[in-house]
Design a protein around this ligand. Structure first.
Ligand code: GLV
Length: 311
């Protein structure tokens, strides 16, 4: 029997599966993440940790958990985890890979369509009395057929977005690590970011990248807020350097109520819901449970995190 700390109540049967396997599972209650103190206390005698993207798992935490044998993240991203610190201590880390590809690609298309056709503005105008008549020149959006969509990142989610965009008649290209990003940005009507956040991609979309984009370009971010220099994005939206943005992720999350991102023009913001379907969230829980159960049994995790850069 192992002790497992789960950093939040989860949908689906992940917690039940851990208990059915004979483990002693403590679940942090409430809708907010554990405070740092609660997290450190939770892992103090734990053999396994099921963390969320809101929990910072670093050297300090790992050192305060002398029994810890495995960390499973309830997310495909793992920028909340110091992978090198875990590797140094021989602690395997797992991620919820594969299972949220479709849900995140669907949400990307929802943001793309909503922004391209001005849905937030149209909805507000309809409800707030500005829909006076059928307007030949009102609420004009962007035609998708023939629009150039640049997908930044060459992973599964980017490919799933390409698969969805193709039937709309969009012209799709990809920019990976070794490509000339600024040249690709200059050509694109719509840019959708699908690379993980790490040292190489932090502020990948900075003021210079935004300046390279077309003045009517739409930038979509469903990966991590830190990939975009948010202050530069706010400035670019005000200056009209780019046309619009659709963000599922921000930096920080959530933004404070008076964060200038909320007053940036043409900026659609939703609260990090890329994987938010009941089916996907249950699958993410199962993925995390599979990773923990395997590691606690001394077996390799089915979906491990990528190796840290120095490994
Ligand atoms: C969500 O953002 C995830 O990384 O799973």
């Amino acid at each position: 029997m192992a002790k497992i700390f789960v950093a939040r109540a989860l949908p689906g049967d992940a917690i039940e599966r851990l208990r059915d396997a004979g483990h002693e599972v403590t679940v942090h209650g409430g809708s907010m993440p554990p405070t740092r103190e609660e997290l450190l206390a939770g892992v103090a005698d734990a053999d396994g940790l099921l963390s969320l993207l809101t929990d910072r798992v670093d050297g300090e935490l790992l050192d305060s958990a002398p029994q810890l044998k495995a960390v499973a993240n309830f997310a495909v991203g793992c920028d909340n985890i110091d992978l090198a610190a875990a590797a140094e201590r021989g602690i395997p880390v797992g991620v919820a890979a594969h299972v949220l590809t479709d849900a995140t690609a669907d949400l990307t298309m929802a943001l793309l369509l909503a922004s391209a056709r001005n849905l937030p503005e149209g909805e507000r105008d309809a409800r707030e009395g500005r829909w006076k008549t059928w307007e030949p020149e009102g609420w004009l959006g962007r035609e998708l057929r023939g629009a150039k969509l640049l997908i930044v990142g060459r992973g599964r989610i980017g490919q799933a977005v390409a698969d969805r965009a193709e039937p709309f008649g969009m012209q799709i290209s990809f920019a990976g690590r070794d490509d000339d990003l600024h040249a690709a940005l200059a050509e694109a009507d719509i840019v959708s970011i699908h690379c993980p956040l790490n040292e190489q991609t932090h502020h990948l979309i900075d003021a210079a990248a935004l300046a390279a984009m077309k003045p009517d370009a739409l930038l979509i971010n469903t990966t991590r807020g830190g990939v975009v220099d948010q202050a530069a994005l706010i400035e670019a939206l005000h200056a009209g350097t780019i046309g619009s943005a659709a963000l599922d992720v921000t930096d920080p999350e959530p933004p404070a109520a008076d964060d200038p991102i909320y007053s940036a023009p043409n900026c659609l913001i939703v609260p990090h819901i890329g994987s938010a379907t009941a089916t996907t969230r249950a699958a993410m829980g199962n993925c995390a449970a599979d990773n923990l159960l395997a590691a606690l049994a001394g077996e390799p995790m089915p979906t491990p995190a990528p190796a840290p850069p120095s490994a």
